[in-house]
Design a protein around this ligand. Structure first.
Ligand code: ADP
Ligand code: MG
Length: 432
């Protein structure tokens, strides 16, 4: 699909998602822009869609035929608006043209001109996917099983109608972001297909002008041609896990865009690439995280003993989030809510031990054992778990980093155990 610019008319064509058989034209700008917005009928057009300026969305009914016919007719229509005769495939060829006759319809292919579907993936086993995730995300057994279930079902669909949308809710530092990142890795490993990974921190998308960095900027606007994080990632790989981290912070324009994508499985980008400005996002996995009201929501679910009951979780999350800053329409479009429970002391110690091994790797050491009193030492210094387990990581580096650094100086690549001796952490060599 190509875009033609006719003296001030920037054009995009798309199959109308609401009315099959109708072609929708988005006009970016043009001499009669304001006039058209006020009186579309006078121009042989019907106003459609809810898209805000700078676009005007108009439906054009076309005679039965292909999208190419419809585009040709739409071009003719544009030429007629300029008071210039235009017909045929080339922008300036031919003569004599009228607006397309109303009431006639174009044949609509399956999904715009969004390109071929991505290759099929081998079946992903929910149980194996869950185990993969649980090896990394500790203590969130129910959450991880639900994520694995949903993800496995979604990837089994060869023709999904919309992206999967998971809403991970929980207080800070309990593994929500980690779970989404691990999901992309685990899906790649289990499916044999490369899954993309994109984390979008919604704190960075609170202002309207940032929206174009997600979706692209229209022609003639600042940022046009600079690329767009979300649409570029999905163009590169339609199978991408997209994390909208801390979704409640996003600008309302982002909500609107996402709602449409979650409804019809397509994202509209103001930037055209390879002739396409619609991006197929049906194979994507959207993960939202939030800690809105999380303490109260999880607390209630735990108190009622329904953390295993998806229906009760759904009802509780939807009703609580409806009165939050999130638009009800977005909450209504979520496939599944995934509660993340607070981290218990045991899990916290387990996570801390894993974190200490990871820390050792940063210093070039292979830590084969972390003595329980070492984790105890770190956690007793860390205090409460108000911020989840994240602060424990920073503290471990401060407390154990110097010991690891000294050990690595003597012999990098050592295999070591870390133990407590006389109240201080020590590194011991491990044979092998
Ligand atoms: N359940 C968990 N299992 C393993 N590590 C965890 C868990 N929760 C948090 N962490 C550690 O804490 C860090 C921050 O967790 P994160 O997933 O970003 O929390 P949030 O729930 O706020 O998104 C992670 O990078 C990870 O190292
Ligand atoms: Mg997070």
């Amino acid at each position: 699909m190509s875009v033609e610019i006719y003296e001030g008319y920037g054009f995009r064509y798309v199959h109308d998602p609401e009315t099959p058989g109708r072609i929708r034209i988005y006009l970016e700008q043009g001499p009669n822009h304001a006039d058209m917005a006020a009186n579309p009928e006078r121009f042989g057009l019907e106003r459609c869609g809810t898209r805000a300026p700078p676009f005007l969305a108009f439906g054009v009914r076309d005679k039965p035929g292909t999208i190419t016919d419809a585009k040709r007719r739409a071009r003719s229509w544009a030429a007629s608006q300029r008071g210039e005769a235009h017909e045929g495939a080339g922008p300036r060829a031919g003569a004599g043209s009228r607006p397309p006759p109303p009431g006639e319809r174009a044949r609509v292919p399956d999904l715009g001109d969004g390109g071929p579907p991505p290759p099929a993936v081998v079946g992903v086993d929910a149980g194996r996917l869950g185990s993969c995730l649980l090896a990394r995300v500790r203590g969130q057994d129910r959450a991880v099983a639900a994520i694995a279930d949903e993800a496995a079902r979604h990837t089994a669909k060869t023709q999904p109608r919309r992206p999967l949308s998971l809403f991970m809710i929980g207080t800070t530092g309990v593994g929500k972001t980690l779970a989404a990142r691990c999901l992309a890795e685990a899906l790649s490993a289990e499916s044999g297909a490369g899954y993309g990974w994109l984390r979008l921190d919604m704190c960075e998308y609170q202002e309207r002008h940032r929206v174009s960095q997600l979706l692209g900027a229209p022609q003639g606007y600042i940022g046009h041609g600079d690329g767009a994080q979300l649409t570029d990632a999905l163009r590169r790989n339609p199978r991408t896990v997209v994390l909208f981290d801390e979704i409640e912070k996003a600008h309302p324009d982002i909500f609107r865009t996402l709602m449409n994508a979650m409804d019809v499985g397509r994202l509209s980008s103001p930037t055209v690439r390879d002739g396409n400005w619609e991006i197929d996002c049906r194979h994507a996995l959207f993960c939202f995280t939030s800690n809105i009201d999380a303490g109260a929501i999880i607390g209630t679910l735990a108190q009622q003993g329904v953390l295993d009951d998806p229906k009760a979780i759904d009802a509780q999350c939807r009703s609580r989030l409806r009165s939050s800053s999130l638009p009800a329409e977005l909450v209504g479009r979520i496939t599944r809510f995934i509660p993340f429970v607070p981290i218990t002391d045991d899990i916290r110690a387990e996570v801390a031990a894993l974190g200490i091994q990871e820390l050792g790797r940063e210093y070039g050491l292979t830590v084969t054992r972390v003595a329980p009193d070492v984790t105890g030492f770190v956690l007793s210094e860390a205090g409460d778990t108000l911020f989840g387990v994240r602060p424990d990581e920073y503290l471990a580096d401060r407390l154990l980093g110097p010991v690891f650094a000294a050990a690595a100086r003597i012999r990098p690549g050592r295999r070591v155990a870390i133990v407590m001796k006389d109240g201080t952490p020590r590194v011991l060599d491990v044979p092998g």
